[in-house]
Design a protein around this ligand. Structure first.
Ligand code: ZN
Length: 677
């Protein structure tokens, strides 16, 4: 069981693990979680477990949960999340409450308990929050102590493979944070059971379309135990699972999907075409190629995440980093929505795909989703969220249009608008993003794959190294990286240079280093305590083009929107939270006088980065742009009509408009007609 015994260059966080071994499994179960797990929360320097032969090496490996700590505005954002619905969902929503099947009860026994934990566990351990750890521990203890003799685990009321795929992700994160010795034996027994059972009880519906997520957990265990049966299991999942790469290679879903097209009301469950065009499935599937590249070593597999995004963007891309999915693929109109589950699942896919492939552009996309679509679909206090968000979202009220299949509550802010999956699943977004800002590289160095205030501790060879990243990125262009090594030590430090940052300045102790946009800059040297790296990204505003030749304006990773004045109207109380409609109280129908040439000279106004940087009251950065009203562009039943094709003329007076980060404006226009001048 010990990977080091087989001569692999693998370091587990041995100090923590030995301590837990001394305690033994019984003590872990019996002790108050806060007491036992405080040690891991202090963060022993850790090195990740690398891919074991015959798996192909990754470019990067995620560090064990707890090695990366959020700081600055990101730490405050995680605290807002913990103080909001994430820290209280079980107290106010029966689906994950005391009668949950994942606590041995008779309530919801499918995906919602595991979804909740998939975010609660990393949130609890990143914040080192004893209250949240204790909440998570109840579900985990039930899961670990109720495995059947066959190897099956989880609620006995269903034998669906799918919800267990989510719980396996939970258990791997939990084991990294705690070293709980019960996890690996449970997973080993379950995978043996599944290997024997799959030939006669194959993957179906959700599990068939999401098989790649289970392969990640199979790989996680294989790298720790070396059991060759796990490779057989991975191949079986691959063989029974949906072939996403074949779909993308011959892509048929180029239009807005309709209920008729997917035969939604014909009974008998969801058809394969419904599952193939389902937004969340697509967001999860982005990682499929890279996950399989660990087995095949094929460049086409490794690059398949970028290829899938290229195809989805071409037919369904939106300016907030998402593709449309409300909840099936919905075309290019920026008045269509994207489901919150897809936002967080796409982020997880990008994090995993980037680790395997080392493709810097996936980091650009990850930041775009994390800094725009993710916070843009929550209230500032994270007590309410939407099911669907729209780039051009001028009203959040009860309406059936324009969704492909979703119901009339889909863009309300609330506890569980439209359907409860997002209420259970959203929690993983911020904590997993924070945990993967820094990764270990295959050659025993560290890599900054996305930027936000943070610190990281890792063992590099025999030397513990701590790096502190001080920044207000993405609201500012400067990042300061301070290195603290126990003794001078040679390792490669890789820095992702976004494709939009032509002319990035990097200085190591004041000395300039060459950087190339759209790739990782590798600084290989002997690092010592007190070394400083200063990065200044080139963050001029720039125009991107969307549906009907519309323009959106980005600065760095942030997308900017015209905020529409908001009237919040409570629809009803929902336990500790409430459901809200939001009505517009100002005009939004403008064409912008901007193009690729003029955008870089737009006026940028920077103000203080406050407690919560994604609020419309105090956005840390604004853009000023001239525009004219376009009276013919109106809303119908609360939905902005498709953005008129531009350039388009207007005889209205010229106005100076102030744009704010997308996520700050809960009512907004993001894709504008270009003004004809
Ligand atoms: Zn959802």
């Amino acid at each position: 069981m010990n990977p080091q015994a087989k001569g692999e260059s693998v370091f587990l966080h041995t100090g923590r693990r030995d301590f837990l071994k001394l305690l033994g499994a019984v003590a872990i179960t019996a002790a108050a979680p806060g007491e036992v797990y405080a040690l891991s929360a202090r963060g022993t320097a850790a090195t990740p477990v690398k891919n074991r032969s015959p798996l192909v090496a990754n470019s990067f490996y995620a560090l064990p949960l707890g090695a990366v700590k959020p700081q600055g505005w990101l730490a405050r954002q995680l605290r807002i999340q913990a103080n909001g619905l994430s820290g209280h969902l079980d107290e106010t929503w029966a689906d994950v409450g005391p009668n949950s099947g994942w606590l041995g009860g008779t309530g919801e026994s499918w995906e919602r308990g595991p979804y909740f934990l998939d975010g609660l566990v990393p949130l609890a351990y990143q914040l080192d929050d004893a209250r949240l750890k204790a909440k998570a521990q109840k579900y985990i203890d039930w899961t670990l102590s109720s495995q059947q003799a066959s190897g099956m685990f989880g609620p006995r009321s269903n034998d669906d493979w799918w919800p267990r795929m989510v719980m396996l992700k939970v258990l791997t994160q939990y084991e990294e944070a705690t070293g709980d010795p019960r996890v690996i034996p449970l997973m080993s027994r379950y995978f043996n059971y599944q290997l024997a059972a799959l030939p006669t009880r194959p993957l179906r519906d959700w599990g068939k379309f999401r098989w790649q997520d289970e392969v990640l957990s199979v790989v996680w265990l294989y790298n720790r135990t070396g059991d060759p049966n796990l490779l057989k299991l991975a191949h079986l999942l691959h063989d029974q699972g949906y072939d996403w790469q074949a779909e993308i290679a011959d892509f048929h879903y180029k239009q807005r999907i309709t209920p008729e097209f997917i035969k939604l009301n014909s009974g008998g469950g969801l058809s394969d075409v419904a599952l193939a065009t389902h937004g969340v499935n697509n967001g999860m599937a982005v990682k499929t190629g890279p996950v399989w590249a660990m087995f095949s070593g094929a460049a086409a597999d490794r690059d398949a995440a970028a290829e899938m995004l290229r195809v989805l963007d071409r037919y369904h891309g939106l300016p907030n980093g998402m593709f449309s999915c409300d909840e099936h693929l919905a075309g290019l109109n920026p008045s269509q929505g994207s489901e919150l589950c897809t936002v967080v699942e796409l982020m997880f896919s990008l994090e995993q795909s980037l680790a395997i492939s080392g493709d810097a552009l996936l980091g650009d996309r990850l930041e775009k989703v994390a800094f725009n679509a993710l916070p843009g679909t929550f209230t500032d206090d994270m007590w309410a969220h939407q099911y669907n968000q729209e780039p051009n979202q001028v009203e959040c009220s009860l309406h059936r249009e324009p969704w492909t299949t979703d119901g009339p509550e889909s863009n309300l802010f609330g506890l569980d608008p439209n359907f409860g999956c997002c209420a259970a699943n959203f929690h993983q977004g911020w904590p997993k993003f924070a945990a993967t800002l820094w990764m270990a590289s295959h050659d025993d160095g560290l890599a900054a794959v996305a930027y936000a205030p943070s610190s990281v501790e890792a063992m590099l060879g025999e030397t513990p190294v701590r790096i502190t990243e001080t920044t207000d990125y993405p609201f500012r262009n400067r990042v300061q990286i301070s290195i603290d090594a126990a003794r001078p030590t040679a390792f490669p430090l890789r820095l992702r240079i976004p494709a939009w940052s032509e002319g990035t300045s990097i200085r190591v102790n004041g000395k300039s280093v060459t950087a190339q946009a759209g790739s990782f800059t590798n600084i290989a040297r002997t690092w010592k305590a007190g070394d400083e790296v200063e990065i200044a990204f080139a963050m001029k505003p720039r125009v991107t083009r969307w549906f009907q030749n519309s323009v959106a304006i980005d600065r760095g990773s942030l997308v900017f929107s015209l905020p529409v004045k908001e009237d919040w109207l409570k629809l009803r109380d929902r336990g500790m939270t409430a459901d809200w409609q939001v009505y517009p109280a100002s005009e939004w129908n403008y064409a912008l006088n901007v193009d690729e040439k003029t955008a870089p000279s737009l006026n940028v106004v920077e103000t203080a980065v406050v407690e919560s940087p994604f609020t419309v009251a105090n956005p840390p950065v604004k853009l000023e742009v001239m525009g004219r009203k376009l009276p013919s562009w109106v809303a119908e039943d609360g939905v902005a009509k498709p953005v008129p094709a531009g350039p388009i003329a207007s005889s209205a007076a010229e106005d100076k408009l102030t744009l704010v980060p997308y996520a700050a404006a809960k009512l907004r226009i993001t894709a504008f007609p270009q003004l004809k001048t």
